[in-house]
Design a protein around this ligand. Structure first.
Ligand code: C5P
Length: 223
């Protein structure tokens, strides 16, 4: 599942960033193609904003079905809408991988490792241990403390959980007034302990103009 209902225009441009060109084609299409080319991914569900005027209307990618659903106000609402719109052939205990539209450079070897390791447990996510020293800032941007970094990880995607468990966790979080910023947060709130599976740092979330240039170079290396 690729939540792509964000209207984010932080990077600038006349359209949401998932539709900005990367090597001449929309960022989102690169991400969908990379996922669809993975042999263990059966199909794609893409959540779009209600007034999305850029979706190319495709219903297949690399021979896999592509379905769409209308997303919601925040990522968590969009993922919940996508889960509800999955076909009945996706069982409650089947795993769903949720992947950011803005991460086109995810490596198939990392997806393999996520499926093997997190699939043997209650699910998990690609992530990387923090390498920089972590500072806590005050309101004036001054460093007031150094946080321990040994236990801190950066959360990437895909994040992989069972359809039913993730639906229940997101629903409970929203009912409790929380809006989880990723799927693992919803699962943590529900008492689960998602497995952190170390993935390549170049699975970057394309956000700035410099990221577009870097992602273009990375895609050339991967393909
Ligand atoms: O804004 P951010 O980069 O954190 O968004 C992460 C992902 O969630 C993006 O792929 C974005 O399109 C998606 N999203 C969504 N529905 C929203 C907000 C964000 O599907 N309402």
């Amino acid at each position: 599942m690729v939540p792509a209902a964000g209207r984010g225009t932080r990077v600038g441009g006349d359209r949401p960033k998932q539709y900005l060109p990367l090597a001449g084609r929309p960022l989102l299409l690169h991400t969908l193609e990379r996922l669809a080319a993975h042999p263990r991914i059966a199909g794609l569900m893409v959540t779009l904003s209600a007034d999305d005027g850029h979706w190319p209307g495709i219903d297949a990618c690399a021979g896999k079905p592509v379905r769409t659903a209308v997303g919601g106000a925040e990522r968590c609402h969009s993922v919940l809408a996508g889960l509800a719109a999955l076909p009945a052939s996706v069982g409650e205990t089947d795993f769903v991988l949720v992947h950011d539209a803005a991460r086109p450079c995810v490596r198939h070897a990392d997806i393999d490792r996520l499926i093997e390791r997190a699939g043997a447990q209650e699910g998990g996510l690609l992530a990387a241990p923090l390498r920089d020293t972590l500072k806590r800032a005050d309101a004036w941007g001054r460093s007031v403390a150094t946080e321990p970094r040994e236990t801190r990880w950066r959360a990437f995607t895909p994040q992989m959980f069972r359809r039913g468990a993730l639906t229940a966790a997101l629903t409970a979080a929203l009912q409790a007034g929380q809006c989880p910023t990723d799927e693992a947060m919803a699962m943590e709130l529900a008492g689960a302990r998602p497995l952190l599976v170390e993935g390549a740092e170049d699975n970057l979330k394309v956000t700035t103009a410099a990221d577009f240039a870097l992602a273009e170079w990375l895609l050339g290396q991967l393909n």
